[in-house]
Design a protein around this ligand. Structure first.
Ligand code: AMP
Length: 249
């Protein structure tokens, strides 16, 4: 069974995101970019399936500018067998990515797509769900455990009240939650080997997908600065403040 893992290049999670001066987006110039952390978890899940003999091939896919090649090389160093870059300078929204992934799924026929649950730059949490809907496939989101069976998978998800276990038919789309696994680091020999692994480039045009944005970004701004807290002397004063100052009760 092939496993397809979409990996997004995002602002590194250690870097504080700041809006551009004109509010037209997040400032990325000169800043460190990395693989979306949930996609590292998805890669690790795919690698473990391959190591246990349940997957035969891992294909990493990234959609975006040429620089996404770096993210794909990381995926190859971690354990992907080959990579596909869908190259475009257009700012991609989740629906466009889902359509591009659908086109690649039809071409590659994987038994499983493992996405991150969300990209930490736009926090959309939409691509995996949209992809499953476009394909008419089963989906299990926010997976914290994956167990493959014969033509099916058992997925444990963390929900508000505890843990939920779903049984889904394959092929399916799974999205990863934080506690699914702890991703490995790429070793130096594997980084060197990754340079020789196949990395194919396609475009939205060759996949016959219209990636023009459907949503307009109006403005990106800093959240309001937090005010310092105060200590109240008793419950009566707390209630008074909640009622008359914060006006929340
Ligand atoms: P989002 O819906 O934007 O929060 O993204 C959810 C997941 O979809 C990510 O964790 C990736 O696995 C995948 N994804 C989103 N955008 C891209 C992209 N441009 N290239 C590859 N994968 C992506």
């Amino acid at each position: 069974m092939k496993v397809l893992v979409p990996v997004k290049r995002v602002l590194d999670y250690n870097i504080k995101a700041r809006p551009k001066a004109d509010g037209s987006g997040v400032e990325l110039t000169g800043l460190k970019m990395s693989m979306n952390p949930f996609d590292e978890i998805a890669m690790e899940a795919a690698i473990r399936l391959k190591e246990s003999g349940q997957a035969t091939e891992i294909i990493a896919v990234s959609c975006g500018a040429l620089t996404c090649q770096d993210t794909l090389r990381t995926a190859l160093a971690l354990g992907a067998d080959r990579a596909v870059l869908v190259e475009t300078e257009v700012e991609l929204q989740p629906l466009a990515v889902a359509k591009l992934l659908k086109a690649l799924v039809i071409r590659e026929q994987p038994g499983l797509v493992i996405c991150g649950k969300q990209a930490i730059d736009d926090d959309s949490n939409q691509t995996g769900q949209m992809l499953a809907a476009l394909l008419g496939w089963a989906q299990a989101t926010f997976a914290s455990r994956i167990e493959l069976g014969e033509g099916s998978a058992s997925i444990t998800r963390e929900i508000d009240g505890g843990l939920e276990t779903l049984s889904i038919r394959l092929p399916a789309v799974i999205t990863t939650d934080l506690r699914l696994n702890e991703p490995r680091y790429a070793t130096l020999p594997n980084i060197m080997k990754a340079k020789k692994k196949p990395l194919e480039s396609v475009t939205p045009d060759t996949l016959e997908v219209d990636v023009r944005p459907r949503l307009t970004l109006i403005k990106v701004s800093e959240p309001p600065a937090r005010q310092g807290g105060i200590k109240v002397k008793d419950v009566a004063q707390l209630l008074d403040k909640l009622k008359n100052e914060a006006k929340v009760i």
